[in-house]
Design a binder for this molecule. Structure first.
Ligand SMILES: [Zn+2]
Length: 329
């Protein structure tokens, strides 16, 4: 298992190098490269061993997802899974198992795999045959007769539904994902990845959506600052610098915020919408490219203000040291 995962990690490494060289490769290409070069190594012979829940292949897939999204490893996993909308590796292996089962039921009885299969079935234990039955029952695609084909498309789409539900249930346990759960479009999960954004802007949009853009609400976590003290540093409002404060409420960013607002006159009653509704609208497929441009400008403007704040803090620290120096002389 570990050997397969590290072999797959090497294939993935080659793709990353290619991806870095070619710069802005689209989602479709990335997905195809992953499915063609990494998954077959990762799931080699998975029709035989694929049932249990191994951790390392999924960890690799999560890494592959984070690289495309442009987010760091502290990004909550369920959010990256929802954004990519790729089936978990375990479910991909289950599909391989059922595909192989389809082959076995039509195989002539004197062939070795068929003989082994009958023997395995006769064991009545938690062996391969019973694992396949569990998969079929779980995905609700048990055939009427034991020797019927199982429709692989139906299996895949049922697993997809179950998988998505699992991601959303997991997302609800992550405090960072409060905004994410308010703004994510459950019916169009791949909007950001499919939007042909530049790497930089895809990363910015994904970060603000997944609660990991380095605003004070997020950076304060790493410094153990209580949430109510993670205040915006660039204005005097004493507000927590949340994603919503940054995007819609910070008076220091009013100018660039106004530009953004003027660019979205197509959103009806924009000013009256709640923060979450506004952001949800901005993240729709017909607007996300425009939104990413404004987000880029806003974050850059914030960065400049933050730099000034930090400079001032440094100067204050410097001044307070002066008396100590004079005491020495
Ligand atoms: Zn502010």
């Amino acid at each position: 298992m570990e050997a397969l995962t590290s072999a797959a990690a090497r294939s993935y490494g080659r793709i990353v190098r290619l991806f870095k060289k070619l710069k802005n490769l689209g989602f479709k290409t990335y997905e195809t490269l992953y499915q063609t070069y990494v998954i077959p190594v990762l799931n080699y012979a998975a029709e035989v061993w694929g049932y249990p829940d191994y951790n390392s292949p999924q960890v690799l897939q999560n890494r592959v997802s984070r690289f495309f999204l442009g987010v760091h490893k502290f990004t909550p996993v369920p959010a990256t899974q929802i954004e990519m909308d790729w089936l978990d590796v375990r479910y991909l292996r289950w599909i391989d198992m059922v595909r192989y089962r389809n082959k076995l039921v039509k195989m002539s009885e004197d062939r070795l795999p068929a003989i082994i299969n009958r023997w395995d079935k006769s064991l009545n234990t938690q062996a391969w045959h019973s694992q396949v039955s569990q998969v079929l029952a779980y995905a609700d695609v048990l055939p009427e007769n034991e020797n019927d084909y199982v429709d692989i498309d139906a299996l895949s789409s049922h697993l997809k539904v179950l998988n998505r539900n699992k991601w959303f249930v997991n997302a609800q346990t992550k405090s960072k994902l409060e905004v994410f759960l308010e703004v994510v479009d459950r019916d169009n999960q791949q909007v950001v990845v499919r939007s042909n954004l530049s790497r930089r802007r895809r990363s910015l949009v994904t970060k603000i959506k997944c609660g990991v853009l380095p605003l004070i609400v997020e950076t304060g976590r790493f410094k153990n600052t209580p949430r109510e003290l993670r205040l915006c540093q660039i204005c005097e409002e004493n507000q927590i610098e949340t994603e919503y404060h940054f995007l819609f409420d910070c008076p220091r960013l009013e100018g660039v915020g106004e530009d953004m607002k003027n660019d979205f006159t197509d959103i009806e009653g924009y000013s009256d919408l709640t923060h979450a509704e506004k952001m949800k609208n901005l993240l729709q497929s017909n607007r996300v490219i425009r939104f990413s441009k404004h987000l880029d400008i806003m974050f850059e403007t914030r960065r400049k203000f933050m730099y000034t704040v930090e400079e001032e803090n440094r100067n204050v620290a410097h001044v307070s040291q002066v008396p100590q120096v004079s005491q020495l002389s």
